[in-house]
Design a protein around this ligand. Structure first.
Ligand code: FCB
Length: 783
């Protein structure tokens, strides 16, 4: 075995999940799942349901030995319990036959987050019965596929499904209750145990679960794993490790919750849901443990820090930004953590065979005429494979490695903007094109090991060769010198973009001059004369000018302007960037953050990222508005949603939904296609027509609410007697309507100031933490 080759029989695979690729959500008798309407993106995904034969061929061409897919529960049992849908099983039957004919071993996951909506309506994962329904479903699927599928995973990443689905609410079903999150986690563990029993009883040969395991480190440990910690930091690290990792590992593999976690569960959810005998069921022996590894969690003790809703009990723990390379998700790239993690699992749970069930990365791919040269993805996978090899050499018992993922797909709440695939998918045409990483992976599989020479990140030389210019010219362009002609600059910047070149620290240190300029990048002004933007421009400008810096205003309204802004920042023509407000389709923030220039955002980015931001508590404000309506006796409450690509609107929707859920009410949502009075009026009219007993409207913005007032009047409904209306933002016009509007006040000046401060501390090289300001309900006569 040469240094870079893997053990004989090592299994090379790819992983996918049903909701993210199948599409066809109403075809062949499938029932609705909690994800169908949750993400604002259409759920057509890769239409794999109809194109599975082509996708299996793609895998065969790549030499993939094993394919981990997930089964959609709602396709097989549309109501989650009871009647089985034979057509749904037929689909998986065909898929498995094709895989086997192509020489690919099927690995099936039974639950990858897409709970049948009917079960959610019956209470979802916080309800114990869901675990029993899962075991019945496992039996049904095994009955049909068990003669050909030997390896089964019960649940995928129960931490994400329970704590993001029921705790922070950023995943479906979007609930925000810490008690529900802990109960869901327990019931998913129970589902795993009951599922293992059911599968074994049915004769399954191999059973396990796939867990997301994130090493938890302090910032100092990221570059020095062995670094000693203070007592406070040790406590912070241990607490987060218990929540994310040991909460699942210990019950499954040791038959007990970690002792340090029990008081935390008890505080948030009581222990009534953990019944005698549950842990024996959960700890059924497994044949293998699937490990999904993407990135570490970086934390440190910080006494004043409030708990993060995804980590209930994390008071006093700060989630940190670290100066490492990151993926487009903003996830730090730390391959060494994979060796660490596998070493730890082998030591602490020595009897368990391991399999890397997911590892991969999202980068901004550039599709050029001659292919998708995704060198960064190749670099990511290669470095992780080296780390994996190190762990195996040190004795870790790892059976194989599965890349996440085969195809660019529907990345949950993030939609189609995320690109994790080895194969590019054009979602307008469904055309598949293997990226360079796919061919590279094919070669790795063929030689059962890594190439002798590393896939190198592009260097100054590579860029120079591609652009047919000298190294010095590239350096001059990258360092923002003006002595280069515009044509040459454009050619060099094109090469930089196509190769995904990021100037490294050494190249950057060549840039000695500070520009004393800060770029203030404004996205399309959507909110018509928006007072927040005006305030930000004013405060940021005056604060920075006070510090002797100039402002360059840049408008990010077209793809071309995005390119211009990225070149500007890559060329180091500004020392820092303030970006407002990002929207979910917008990759500008990530692209800018990859340049290494300090950047701050107004508004939370679509996914947890390492770029610090200032936001208001949109979810909290929406919940307060909704609770107010409930307290005034309203029961049929509609929401006029506004443009769902704005993160703030998504958060308002989540807060509204959560409050309704707590009151035992169902949402009545109507999208508005803009943020204007006219779109608010049109949406409100639909709501009123469709729901004759409607007694309240929550609008995601004041302009929308003012439009709704108008529509109510036209429909002959009296406000507030027949219909109460609440807005959001507290714009000046809100107090001047008839009747004056109840609304949620967003602290405009404070946001602008916080943003300016955040940028100043980033420019000083300081540690910057995101800021979320409270939003307050202002009650007037419309409710
Ligand atoms: C994992 C999920 C998978 C995909 C990747 C990026 O947490 O299991 O479905 O979303 O992250």
């Amino acid at each position: 075995m040469s240094a870079a080759s893997f053990p004989e029989g090592f299994v090379w695979g790819v992983s996918t999940s049903a909701f993210q690729i199948e599409g066809a959500t109403t075809a062949g008798g499938r029932g609705p799942s909690i994800w169908d309407g949750f993400s604002a993106d259409r759920a057509e995904a890769c239409d794999h349901y109809h194109r599975h034969a082509e996708d299996v061929r793609l895998m065969k061409d790549l030499g993939i030995a094993a394919y981990r897919f997930s089964v959609s529960w709602a396709r097989v049992i549309p109501d989650g319990r009871g009647k089985v849908n034979a057509a749904g099983l037929d689909f998986y039957d065909r898929l498995v036959d094709e895989l086997i004919a192509a020489g690919i071993t099927p690995y099936a996951t039974l639950y990858h987050w897409d709970l049948p909506q009917a079960l959610e309506d019956g209470g979802g994962w916080p309800v114990r019965d869901t675990a029993h329904h899962f075991a019945d479903y496992a039996t049904v699927v095994h009955e049909r596929l068990g003669d050909r599928v030997g390896t089964w995973f019960t649940v995928n990443e129960p931490w994400v499904a329970s704590f993001l689905g029921y705790g922070s609410g950023i995943h479906a079903p979007g609930r925000t209750s810490t008690a529900d999150a802990f109960m869901s986690a327990h019931h998913m563990l129970l589902a795993h145990g009951l599922g293992v029993q059911a599968l074994r009883a049915a004769g399954a040969s191999e059973v396990g679960a796939a867990l997301n395991i994130s090493p938890v480190l302090t910032p100092a440990q990221v570059s020095d794993f062995g670094r000693e910690l203070t007592e406070e930091d040790t406590e912070a690290v241990t607490r987060i490790d218990a929540l994310v990792n040991r909460q699942f590992l210990d019950p499954m593999l040791r038959g007990a919750y970690p002792a340090d976690l029990v008081p935390l569960i008890e505080r948030h959810a009581g222990l009534g849901h953990v019944r005698d005998g549950d842990l024996d069921v959960i700890a059924q022996p497994v044949d293998l443990l699937g490990v999904n590894y993407y990135a570490p969690l970086v934390v440190q003790a910080q006494p004043s820090e409030p708990a993060d809703p995804a980590f209930p009990g994390s008071e006093g723990v700060l989630f940190c930004t670290v100066p490492t390379a990151v993926t487009a998700m903003g996830w730090p790239i730390v391959p060494g953590c994979l060796s660490q993690l596998l070493g730890r699992l082998s030591r602490e749970y020595p009897q368990t065979e391991l399999l890397i069930t997911e590892n991969g990365a999202d980068f901004v791919d550039v599709a050029t005429g001659d292919g998708i040269h995704d060198l960064e993805r190749i670099g990511f996978i290669e470095e992780h494979l080296r780390a994996l090899k190190t762990a195996i050499d040190d004795g870790a018992n790892v059976r194989g490695y599965f890349v996440w993922t085969l195809l660019d797909n529907l990345e949950w709440t993030d939609g189609y903007q995320r690109k994790f695939g080895l194969v590019h998918v054009d979602f307008a045409t469904q055309r598949r094109r293997p990226k360079d990483s796919a061919r590279w992976y094919r070669d790795v599989i063929a030689r059962n090991g890594l190439p002798g020479t590393r896939a190198r990140r592009p260097t100054l030389e590579t860029v120079a060769a591609r652009a047919h210019v000298s190294r010095a010219t590239v350096s001059r362009v990258v360092n923002g010198e003006t002595s280069v002609s515009p044509e040459v600059r454009a050619t060099v910047m094109r090469a930089v973009r196509e190769l995904g070149y990021v100037p490294n620290a050494a190249a950057r240190s060549l840039v000695t001059r500070r520009t004393n300029t800060v770029a203030l990048v404004l996205s399309v002004p959507r909110q018509g004369g928006d007072p927040l933007t005006a305030a930000v421009v004013q405060y940021v400008t005056s604060m920075l000018e006070g510090a002797g810096k100039q402002i360059t205003l840049m408008l990010a309204d077209t793809a071309e302007s995005h390119r211009r802004i990225v070149s500007h920042v890559e060329g180091r023509l500004s020392d820092g960037v303030v970006l407002l407000p990002p929207d979910r389709g917008d990759t500008l923030a990530e692209r800018l953050s990859r340049t290494g220039v300090p950047i701050v955002l107004l508004g939370k980015p679509a996914v947890a990222s390492l770029v610090p931001y200032v936001d208001v508590d949109n979810a909290g404000g929406a919940a307060a508005a909704t609770e107010h309506l409930v307290a005034r006796g309203r029961r049929r409450i509609g929401m006029v949603c506004g443009p769902m690509d704005l993160i703030s609107i998504q958060d308002r929707l989540a807060g509204h939904r959560a409050a309704l859920h707590r009151a035992g009410l169902r949402p009545l949502l109507t999208p508005a296609d803009g943020y204007t009075r006219a779109s608010g009026a049109a949406a409100a009219r639909r709501l009123i027509e469709d729901n004759p007993s409607l007694d309240a409207i929550f609008a995601a913005g004041d302009q929308l609410a003012i439009g709704a007032l108008r529509a109510a009047r036209k429909a002959g409904r009296r406000v507030p007697d027949d219909l109460a209306i609440v807005g959001f933002d507290d714009i000046d016009a809100a107090s001047a309507t008839t009747p004056p509007l109840t609304t949620v006040r967003v602290p405009v000046a404070e946001q602008a100031l916080a943003l300016a401060r955040l940028l100043m501390s980033r420019l000083d090289g300081g540690h910057a933490t995101s800021v979320v300001l409270p939003a307050r309900l202002v009650v007037r006569d419309s409710t």
